[in-house]
Design a protein around this ligand. Structure first.
Ligand code: NAD
Length: 352
């Protein structure tokens, strides 16, 4: 018998090739008159393009967004917000830029328009991670949920194949854990399955031809679905491991997700038969953990933590940290099995 609670996060999604052109209209709908456009230094050109489309509604750009949302950068941006009497923020970029927009919304309640250019999914979650004095703290609050998301596939064409692959695998990880979440529900599971299917179909085509706009659209659509899953239900062992490994060994975010996912899924497989059956169907492979390991290989994505710079001596420390303050997980955490999982991921072995 069905038994669930489903809480939907409000969002206005504009999904269309060329949708960037509607940013002025969307800003007007939200009553913005002086919008600040955010980006990383690398994407300052895209921020300028947004400011041009905004015309008189633009209060200029702030292109200082960086990884891990440092509070120091947010403080600098807050000064700009005050000086220019900004009444809304528009983030164009990946999770790092979106994180800065959320950090500003957290402190000011300013409305946000987000224009994602990767597949990380932060644009549809009420989650924010911020770093201060080398410590990353994550919180969930509706205050940071963006009001409008504009998905324009044309902006993803410049995302390098390597980052497309790992960012897409990062998105798949949200859906995988949503399928066996403690608070899973039928709506989120539907989104998760379609999200995995769309991304797993699109990524190999992008690796062959990064300009394949149909494949890009499939993956962006899947990323929206998977991000929505992340924002709606709780995550488990995989996300805990990636958070721990990334923070402790300063490993890159999307690459770490890519390496760990097949192993975390293998660990949980016996405790999540329904999720495994759904994933087998979505991935067209009887063993979803192997399918994800193979997919990473096909895409030329990293499959070993050593390759990302984690020292072998870190395996025991990572095991300790994974077992401290654990997230809920379908299979109880067993020390030796967790250590074996991390060791296999470190060495780049197939999930055993
Ligand atoms: P990112 O935002 O750090 O971007 C990586 C690099 O790629 C940047 O230099 C960026 O400017 C560049 N880039 C982005 N899009 C591009 C494009 N289309 N063309 C060319 N270059 C482009 O990477 P990410 O993986 O999107 O985000 C990772 C961060 O997001 C992590 O800090 C992670 O914790 C966070 N995140 C948060 C949530 C959440 O719900 N709060 C969800 C997922 C990820």
């Amino acid at each position: 018998m069905r038994d669930f609670i489903y809480t939907a996060n409000p969002a206005r999604i504009v999904f269309r090739p060329g949708a960037l052109s509607s940013v002025q209209e969307e800003a007007q709908r939200l009553g913005m008159k002086r919008a600040l456009v955010l980006s990383t230094p690398q994407q300052a050109g895209s921020a300028e393009a947004v400011a041009d489309i905004l015309g008189p509604l633009s209060a200029g750009i702030f292109s200082g967004a960086t990884m891990h949302t440092p509070v120091s950068v947010t403080d600098t941006a807050l000064t700009v917000v005050a000086e220019r009497r900004v009444d809304g923020v528009i983030a164009i970029g990946g999770g790092s830029t979106i994180g800065l927009g959320k950090a500003l919304a957290l402190r000011t309640d300013l409305p946000q328009i987000v224009i994602p250019t990767t597949y990380a999914g932060s644009e549809v979650t009420p989650i924010i991670g911020e770093t201060q004095d080398g410590i990353k703290k994550t919180q969930t609050t509706a205050k940071v949920l963006p009001e409008v998301v504009i998905y324009d596939v044309e902006l993803t064409l410049t995302l390098p194949v390597g980052l497309s692959a790992t960012s897409g695998m990062n998105a798949i990880a949200h859906a995988v854990e949503a399928l066996y979440a403690k608070d899973r529900n039928p709506i989120v599971s539907m989104m998760a399955i379609d999200g995995v299917r769309s991304i797993a179909r699109g990524l190999p085509a992008i690796a062959r031809d990064p300009g394949d706009i149909e494949a890009r659209s499939d993956v962006q659509y899947g990323a929206w679905l998977c991000g929505t899953c992340l924002g709606a239900v709780g995550m488990a062992l995989h996300h805990k491991l990636c958070h721990t490994l990334g923070g402790t060994f300063d490993l890159p975010h999307a690459e770490t997700h890519t390496v760990v996912l097949p192993h975390a899924l293998r660990y949980n497989a016996s405790a999540a038969p329904e999720a495994m059956a759904a994933l087998a169907d979505a991935l067209g492979h009887p063993d979803p953990a192997i399918a994800l390991f193979d997919l990473a290989g096909t895409l030329g994505a990293p499959r070993a933590l050593w390759d990302l710079g984690m020292p072998e001596a870190g395996i025991d420390r990572a095991t300790d940290l994974a077992l401290a303050n654990p997230y809920w997980n379908p299979r109880p955490l067993e020390r030796e099995a967790i250590r074996a999982l991390i060791a296999a991921a470190w060495a780049g072995e197939p999930p055993a």
